[in-house]
Design a binder for this molecule. Structure first.
Ligand code: ASP
Length: 423
């Protein structure tokens, strides 16, 4: 180490944000245990934080997607990134559901429960695939922006971006406006993220105060399996995809995304975590804004690895608990519907539980199963949302690398001089 470097290092170092958030999370767990139900009183601090990040979602997705498209004048490149995203997203979902089913078959979490289907759970009717496809195109884009319909916003933003590219010079002033708005949204994200340690503290205190051991113990096996599956999936994403396929250091990946993971874990919303994910991808991993602002919003909406894994474990748990024997066709149906259901799951809290009804109905499993696990869904949602976001970031990193849109010096910044991410 040179003298200059050691002098630089002797300057007082500020604690990094991810560490503060992590400390907030752990302190929150203990505070919740001490306060019990009284932790409800600090929940508003967490709700305030969630509202602040929700405030960012629509304008951030809208402006950053348009900028993503207008900065990619090369339409072939855009198509290639789109196809790569879909292929990667489906591949990681397939891995996730296989892990979920594998664990469910091996550990049999519902075996011996001997439940009998008597009541019918109050599950929302699932919308058909055709309706979902037709509903992708907004009749009124302003309405979609106002109601926060993310899929419709993505479709409109992509179309507007393409149109701005097609009109050439005439589109440049509008593109500049969106660029400047997107920059302002990134700045606002940074400011809101400074509140994260406090928001995360309050949310964790509320969760651990509300779900004491009494609530958790009866379903501990299913909780344990979903968490174990999520840990295995994170290791596969890091070791297999980032390490072997991307030839990048997985540790740097894990460290770079921890902020987003903690936000996902505590807010249980992939859409809500999007601002933090974009910040991690560009500032910590070094993926260009062009790629991050295109691949991440799509991932936060359609790529739900954790949700697919959870649906695999839960479908088997419910089948075993009610003594239903599943055939090979049933397993294949679970894989297909869980993949589709995870694509159709909105990145909001609890959406996966509602989509579970789709999987159960398709293979003829009792919907009462939903009622059994509904009480602990928040605990499961925390893990699956974290995996959903990790999958999105992993795919963004690999696409960034394969498109030459990854600043490797930023990615490896611990061992090199600090540099700013390529924008
Ligand atoms: N809460 C999850 C997410 O936002 C979706 C789910 O409930 O599975 O990613």
């Amino acid at each position: 180490m040179t003298n200059t470097t050691s002098m630089k290092n002797s300057e007082p170092k500020k604690m990094s944000l991810w560490l503060k958030i992590l400390i907030g999370m752990i302190a929150g767990i203990f505070a919740g245990m001490l306060l019990g139900c009284n932790a409800e009183y600090i929940k508003p601090i967490g709700q305030l934080f969630i509202s602040a990040i929700k405030m960012l979602i629509v304008p951030l997705i809208f402006c950053s997607l348009i900028v993503g498209v207008t900065s990619m004048k090369d339409t072939t490149k855009m198509g290639r990134i789109g196809i790569k995203s879909i292929v990667f997203y489906l591949a990681t979902t397939a891995v996730a559901i296989s892990i979920g089913l594998g664990l469910g078959i091996f550990f049999e979490p519902g075996a011996g429960l001997n439940m009998v289907a008597t009541t019918v759970a109050d599950a929302k009717p699932s919308t058909s695939l055709m309706n979902t496809i037709v509903g992708l195109v907004p009749k009124n884009p302003v309405g979609s922006l106002a109601s926060g319909n993310i899929l419709q916003i993505i479709v409109f933003a992509l179309s507007l971006g393409i149109a701005l590219n097609l009109i050439g010079e005439k589109g440049e002033p509008a593109a500049k406006v969106f660029e400047s708005l997107a920059d302002a949204m990134y700045k606002l994200t940074e400011l809101v993220m400074r509140l994260a340690p406090y928001g995360v503290f309050a949310l964790m205190a509320w969760v651990s105060g509300k779900y004491g051991l009494d609530v958790l113990l009866p379903l501990i096996k299913v909780i344990g399996l979903v968490y174990l599956g999520c840990i295995i999936h994170i290791l596969v994403l890091g070791g297999g995809f980032v390490g072997l396929l991307g030839k990048l250091n997985p540790q740097r990946f894990y460290k770079g995304i921890i902020e987003a993971q903690v936000i996902a874990f505590t807010t249980t919303s992939s859409s809500g975590t999007l601002p933090a994910s974009i910040k991690c991808a560009t500032q910590n991993l070094g993926v260009s804004r062009t790629v991050s602002s295109f691949v991440l919003p799509v991932g936060a909406t359609i790529n739900m690895d954790g949700t697919a894994l959870y649906q695999g474990v839960l479908a088997l748990f419910i089948a075993q608990a009610f003594g239903v024997d599943l055939s090979t066709t049933d397993y294949l149906t679970i894989i297909a519907t869980a993949t589709l259901a995870s694509v159709g799951t909105a990145g909001v809290p609890g959406a996966g539980l509602i989509m579970l009804s789709l999987v159960l109905t398709t293979v003829g499993l009792p919907l009462e199963g939903i009622a059994i696990v509904a009480g602990i869904d928040r605990i499961l949602d925390m893990a699956r949302t974290t995996i959903n976001v990790t999958g999105d970031l992993m795919v963004t990193l690999l696409i960034g690398k394969s498109e030459g849109e990854l600043d490797i010096a930023v990615y490896n910044k611990e061992s090199t001089a600090p540099q700013t991410a390529k924008q």
